[in-house]
Structure formats: C-alpha cells, structure tokens
Design a protein around this ligand. Structure first.
Ligand SMILES: *Cc1c(COP(=O)(O)O)cnc(C)c1O
Length: 416
C-alpha cells in the first residue's frame, strides 16, 4: 500500500472501534463521554489493571482517541502512539518519560520557540540542555557525556529550515546508546519515515499538517520499539521491563502522561482523523506551492529566500536524498528590516497574519516579535530568527494568486 491508500485503509488492528460500531460507520464516531460503564466490578478491576481491553475514563483512553493513535502509528510505521492535548505536551512528555534530575539533553538551537522555552523551564527540575547550532554528528559528539540521555531535534527546523540527516545522527547516537527524539511536525510522514532512518521516538504537533485545517490543537508521540532502555541508565524503566519493546509507551501511558492529564479530547481526535485522510493530497500541493513561491521570490530577487528544496539551499542534496526532493510547506524570507517585514505582511491581501503552520490557507508571521518574543537576542540569532524574517506557511490556494499577492506587497514596500 502506498501513502494515500494507507491513509484511508488502515491496518486490521486499527479497526477495533469500527468493529464495535453496530451501524458500520466509515469513520470512528466521536465518543464524547468521560467514563465507560462495565458490567461488573470484577470487569472494571481488570480494565484498570490492563488485564482486559476496554475503556474506563477518557483521560486514560477513549475509542476516538485510540483510533487516531492507531492510525498515526500505522502511517509512521510505529508500534503504538500516545496522543496529547498539544504538540508542546507531546514534546514535554516524550522527554520527561525518560529524563530525571541530573540528566542532560542535546538539542538543536533552531527549534520551535515553545520548545526552546520548555528546555529553559526544565532547568528548574535539574535537567540541563546543551544546544548545538545544527544537529549533525560533528557538532553533537563533543557534547556527549555520561549524563546525556537524549538528543532532540526537528527534522526540518521551524523556522530556521535546517534539515537533519537522520541516518547519520542516529548512527552516531546509537553507538553511545542514546536515543534520537525527532520532532517530525514540519516534515510529516509524507516527506520521510524517520524510524526507517533510525529515529527512536517521533513526536508531532498534530495541530499542523496532520489535522491540516487549523481546527484543533493536539500532539502525538510514536514509538517503534527499537531502542533498548537500559534500566541502569534509565532507572524508571525497571518496572516496565515486562512490557518488552512496548516499555516506553507503557511507561508513558501508565505514568507521567496519565498523571499530568495531558490527554487529547475525543472531538479533536475526530477532527484529526478526518484531516489525516487528505494529508498526502495536501502535502503534495503544499510542497509544490512552497517551491513555486520560493522560486518566484528568488527570481524576483528583492527579498532573500530560504527554502530547503531550492538548489541555492545548503540542504538541497539532503532534501533530494532524504525527502525525494520535497521541501515541506514553510518558506522564509528576509525583507531587509523589521519595518519592511511588517509593511510586507500588512500589504498582503490573501496570506493571513496568524501564528500557525499547516493550515489549508497561507499564513504569514514575523517570528521575532511573536513566537520568539520570550527568547533572548542570542537565542533568536541561534535559531535563525532575524528581525527582518517572515515565515510563510503555504496553503492550498492557486499559486498564481499567491505569487501575485507577494509581488504586489513587495512592490508597495519598495515604492514607499
Ligand atoms: C507548533 C509546533 C510545536 C508545538 O505544537 P502545539 O500544538 O502548538 O503545542 C512543536 N514543534 C514544532 C516543530 C511546531 O511547529
């Protein structure tokens, strides 16, 4: 089965809730309830003890959320997934499931603003992060110590748009028995299967391309069960050894994730299930629109363009090898000054000024005054967030309308 078919025809194991549906619904319905009734106290005891299938309480599991988890795990070629209330919750839980006070993480400096802020917040709990400019084996290796318990990186950095060579990084990390946690929000499973190249845990802000319509905040953590969690290094794993390759997911589901309560609502899981079915179609269009806009702006020459699938990008070769030449849906441009960047944004007729990516409509934002407003100047520089930078998240509009819109907006800032 190829990608688009797989999005519509999930594996037999994903069919549980459908089989239970007496009406043969083609989509898993929204089980908008908090609790599930069981015939006897004995039965509920078994459900609570993971000794019988079924659902007890929506914070722990729910049929609609379960269907979403199975669907994304299948598409990502994982053994299971845990859905979260937001992408940030997924990033946080993916890390805290393995870390303890005294541990260190190595992360890319070009991360999403919220993730950079999170690493700062974790310092209060004794978790230290060492940042590298780029996630490459050359930059990571000198920072590895006995305390390094994970490396975290965005496969396509948002908004720096640097691309991680997953295979080379994973190979290095596995020689030190360190897992690579890959934030695949911007690359999506349409561009690459990160597990096949060696990633150990995949996280998504499914608010973006998985949902696709900008109508629900959510996140998801997926594991393929390949990393072996040595209980000497990862002490919390001792009591989950009996779950074998499911240890990471079992620890997450029975531990911190459940107790923090960062669960996904059934309604949002449903919106993701609907949105996901068109992910392949949307990504095909979004990538071709992004490339067309990037080429148009580069030829126009009045703003500086960054897009990893352009031949002028240092990641051009890697994008061809790792993503089959597809560069994702985010393009950034530099207008020359903050003032010009603001004017350009204000002059756009169609592109919506909003803080999101992965919508069906084109969105633009000035990251340095918004998403990175809480970061220091040094952090902004390291993340490639310059004062004149505009991030464009392409939508599915007709590209001629979008290039015309950018052209007239640039014409107007040059006139003034
Ligand atoms: C948006 C985003 C997040 C955070 O996700 P939310 O759903 O907004 O909490 C994390 N990582 C990346 C790469 C993102 O783009």
């Amino acid at each position: 089965m190829k990608f688009n078919t797989a999005l519509l025809h999930p594996s037999p194991q994903s069919e549980r809730s459908k089989l239970n549906d007496p009406f043969g619904s083609t989509l898993t319905p929204i089980y908008q309830v908090s609790a599930f009734e069981h015939g006897s106290a004995e039965r509920l005891e078994k459900v609570f003890g993971n000794n019988a299938g079924g659902f007890a309480y929506t914070r722990i599991s729910n049929p609609t959320v379960d269907a979403f988890e199975k669907r994304i795990a299948y598409i990502e070629k994982g053994i299971g997934a845990v859905a979260c209330s937001s992408g940030m919750a997924a990033v946080t839980m993916s890390l805290l499931n393995i870390l303890e006070s005294g541990d260190e993480v190595i992360a890319g400096a070009g991360l999403f603003g919220g993730t950079i802020d999170l690493f700062h917040d974790l310092e209060a709990f004794g978790i230290k992060t060492r940042f590298v400019k780029h996630i490459t084996k050359e930059e990571i290796e000198p920072l590895i110590t006995e305390k390094t318990k994970a490396v975290f990186g965005e496969v396509i950095g948002n908004p720096a748009l640097d691309v991680v060579d997953i295979k080379s990084v994973a190979q290095l990390l596995h020689s030190y028995r360190i897992p690579f946690i890959a934030d695949c929000t911007t690359c999506t499973p349409y561009l690459v299967n990160a597990f096949e190249l060696g990633a150990d845990i995949v996280v998504h802000s499914s608010s973006k391309y998985i949902n696709g319509g900008g109508n629900a905040i959510s996140g998801v953590i997926i594991d393929n069960g390949s990393f072996s969690w040595d209980e000497k290094r990862y002490k919390g794993f001792a009591e989950y050894k009996r779950y074998g390759k499911f240890a990471y997911l079992a620890k997450l589901r029975n531990g911190l994730w459940r107790n923090v309560g960062a669960c996904l609502s059934p309604m949002n899981a449903f919106l993701n299930l609907v949105g996901m079915e068109t992910m392949g179609l949307r990504m095909e269009r979004l990538c071709s629109n992004a490339l067309a806009l990037a080429q148009f702006l580069e030829n126009d020459g009045r703003v500086t363009v960054n897009y990893p699938a352009l031949p002028s990008s240092p990641y051009y070769r890697l994008v061809r090898e790792q993503f089959g030449g597809r560069g994702g849906a985010v393009v950034t441009l530099r207008a020359g000054s903050k003032e010009k960047a603001f004017k350009l944004i204000n002059n756009l007729k169609y592109a919506v000024n909003a803080t999101n990516i992965g919508d069906v409509r084109t969105l633009v934002i000035h990251p340095s005054s918004t998403i990175y407003a809480h970061s220091s100047e040094e952090q902004r520089q390291a993340a490639g967030v310059y004062d004149d930078l505009i991030r464009v998240s392409l939508g599915i509009e007709d590209i001629d309308d979008m290039t015309a819109d950018f052209k007239q907006a640039i014409d107007r800032i040059r006139e003034e």
